[in-house]
Design a binder for this molecule. Sequence first.
Ligand code: GDP
Length: 481
Amino acid sequence: LELTEFVTANDLANMMDVPVTDVISTCMSLGVMVAINQRLDAETINIVAEEYGFKTKFVSADVIEAIAEEEDDPNDLVPRPPIVTVMGHVDHGKTSLLDNIRNTNVIAGEAGGITQHIGAYNVQLNDGRKITFLDTPGHEAFTAMRARGAQVTDVAIIIIAADDDIMPQTVEAINHAKAAGVPIVFAINKIDKPEANPNKIKERLAEMNYLVEEWGGKYQSQDISAKKGIGVQELMEKVLLEADLLELKANPNRNAKGSVIESSLDKGRGYIATVLVQNGTLKQGDIVLAGTYYGRIKAMFNERNQRIEKAGPSEPALILGLNGAPQAGDIFYVMENEQEARAIASRREQLQREQSIRTQKLLSLDDIGRRIAIGNFKQLNIIVKGDVDGSVEALSDSLIRLSTDEIQINVIHKAVGQISESDVTLAAASDAVIIGFQVRPSMAARKEAEKEGVEIRLYSIIYDAIEDVKSAMEGMLSPDI
Ligand code: GDP
């Protein structure tokens, strides 16, 4: 069955040619109560379809409703600049580094620096090579975008102050980058300070199994002073080296597709959005669909506040003409005509309304058993938070050891402390379950988890947590669930 994410019990029954009452009772046996015209989540659809011997293939609603996205002919692909995000603990120098890069690398032949923050900017190095920076630092923003579907970053710079230490947010940033599968380059900052000790930072990284290249490991790192500009060009070189391995390519000769970086309502100009083109070329006059909004591009600007006519792969542009402010991380498409764009935008809006009243469930430990039973689940991602380091480590180790040939248990993030909003966002973006040991979620985290359908399980006995995960895995493994 080829399906979109938006299928009702009735649709599914019709597709499989079985009575809708059967579908509903199958759902009930899974503990999901549904009405005939209620939309089913992907998990449920998978399980029900499998029950009737169907294989499911999810095609994104965007593709079906809007964009017949063609594969690019490899011959049409040309190299594109890498897109880079800087992440790290607060005060370790993210902003200073981004400012330094912005002010130092003015594109040759262009007068004036970058005059406005539009959420992303493009720099050209002396050798002519380009890098695009996302100017919305922080792993929270990075993962929030990822949770919405946008995979925007090619390389992550993790910045660490050499007069400080690896801090909790440093660990978070590393784990967020890792969960996204984005290569990491370490920038060890503030080396101009007399008390700076870059070696201590490298030692700490080694203890965490991030051995830097100069010590024989595989992680590139660069000592820098963001304030004085020391080592920044070398850092850029290393980023480009990392990017080269990815062989990033795009086809500039097609309709643009990309991600929304930020958007707002501007008093004089109406709705403005910064978008990053990821494939194709975006042109003035194009009809753009982004999330639940659409519009014809009336004008485009670059980060120097200059009017531009078009933006190619990895280039950011501020666009005017949308009929609303899409969310950061929304994917945008260029559409052939306005009617189509309007139709899809309004359909999405309707779906969004329906979805917010339906209780959606991303993934819970109970679901895992069912999903493993049908063989479409091979990895279980877990975030572990606990009250003390010893128990976090003990619990994580025990959970990882539960891995079998069939199911890999990944602890994608572990830390001491309350379960935070950022933990929930990471879980949502990575299909993870959060396990708390002797800690509780913050109010904001609890709300976010409810909204995103992320399961948080709280324990006061390590053994109980391990047993629950184990029995969920076994449940999945038993053939007759
Ligand atoms: P962010 O919170 O990570 O964005 O950090 P900022 O870039 O705002 O930097 C925090 C503080 O550290 C500011 O007072 C900066 O001036 C200072 N700082 C950043 N980089 C350096 C550096 O390389 N050397 C020195 N001495 N100070 C720095």
